[in-house]
Design a protein around this ligand. Structure first.
Ligand code: CMX
Length: 133
């Protein structure tokens, strides 16, 4: 279940409208999509950097995981998402190796990907996502 590449890096921000200025004006990247993921209580904005994407995450409610993250740690890198061939198989494989899962089964995330999270307490403090088409 080796990941093929880093699909995206999720970055928690207070405001996509404010944060995108840095990605567009300083880094020269283009925001190609803005999408709300109601299930995850976030609004997302995507920028491509080669094969990898930057995903800005803005909370859409006070109990959003991103709102809690910013409250505790401030804005910054929130998670790393690895592209895998099969998210459910990758989750099962991680669980068999003793990793605590947040998602026992994949669910739909931004861009209609099948996503699943591993708990940061089991992954050396880095919230880790698997995703596939
Ligand atoms: N990275 C690293 N550690 C994190 C973290 C993150 N993104 N989010 C929370 N933690 C840490 C907390 O700091 C806390 O550590 P301490 O106990 O040492 O203080 C611990 O994990 C538990 O956090 P919590 O705030 O007590 O618990 P939560 O109820 O916030 O749950 C988590 C944490 C990771 C289970 C929850 O945020 C979650 O389910 N995340 C996955 C879903 C998600 O983040 N969705 C948004 C992105 C959607 C997308 O990309 O589409």
């Amino acid at each position: 279940m080796k990941p093929t590449h880093i699909e995206h890096i999720g970055i928690a921000v207070n405001s996509i409208e404010e944060a995108r200025k840095y990605y567009e004006d300083v880094l020269g990247l283009e925001c190609y999509a803005i999408e709300e993921v109601a299930d995850q209580k976030v609004k997302t904005a995507f920028f491509k950097v080669g094969q990898t994407k930057i995903e800005l995450l803005e909370a859409t409610s006070d109990d959003s995981p991103v709102a809690k993250y910013i409250e505790k740690r401030g804005q910054g890198i929130h998670h790393i998402a690895y592209a895998v061939e099969d998210t459910d198989k990758a989750l099962k494989n991680a669980e068999e190796k003793g990793v605590r899962l947040i998602d026992k089964q994949s669910r739909k995330g931004a861009e209609n990907l099948n996503i699943g999270f591993l708990h940061p307490k089991s992954t050396l403090g880095v919230l880790t996502e698997f995703c596939c088409k």
